[in-house]
Design a protein around this ligand. Structure first.
Ligand code: ZN
Length: 171
């Protein structure tokens, strides 16, 4: 398929709640294919449909560049079943180019989702995989990772965020 433009901070679509996928049809397959192409090009670890402007509950995670035992995973209609503990980790987001911040999130997650073949699966993840799942899941709820930062961090980033919002509105 095709590489798509990644929506950046300032675009109001990022605040919208994505809608459940009813049926995995060609449209959904094309969407996933576009997500894969776009993520590869951007060299990111995860990407949600809303980040290319599609309000569907779909995201992909690809940690294979960091961990060779990992493969690209597709999550359709994901549900967070359980989370455990807390950990601080540095995080970035393709919708916030160049901004990396330490953020506290659950250390472990149990997530249920459907894959592209329509099979339901449950994944228990820790480390970076847990982090990626929780980050992408937030996107489906219209929650941005700056909301997970401490107020102080957000204040310190204010200038850069303003600039980013301005440039994404002009795009
Ligand atoms: Zn993100």
């Amino acid at each position: 398929m095709a590489e798509r433009r990644i929506v950046t901070y300032g675009d109001p679509v990022l605040r919208e709640v994505s809608k459940a996928v009813d049926v995995i049809d060609q449209q959904v397959k094309d969407l996933v294919s576009d997500l894969v192409d776009t993520l590869k090009k951007a060299k990111g670890l995860g990407l949600s449909a809303v980040q290319i402007g599609v309000l569907k509950r779909v995201f992909i995670i690809d940690l294979s560049a960091i961990d060779i035992t990992e493969t690209l995973r597709v999550f359709i209609n994901p549900e967070i079943i359980e989370t455990e503990d807390e950990v601080e980790m540095e995080e970035g987001c393709l919708s916030f180019p160049g901004i990396y911040q330490k953020i506290v999130r659950p250390a472990k997650v149990k997530v249920k989702a459907t894959d592209l073949e329509g099979h339901e699966f449950v994944l228990e993840a820790g480390g970076l995989a847990a982090r990626a799942v929780l980050h992408e899941y937030d996107h489906l709820e219209g929650v941005l990772y700056i909301e997970r930062m401490t107020p102080l961090t957000r204040t310190l980033l204010r200038g850069r965020l303003k600039k980013l919002a301005k440039s994404s509105c002009a795009a």
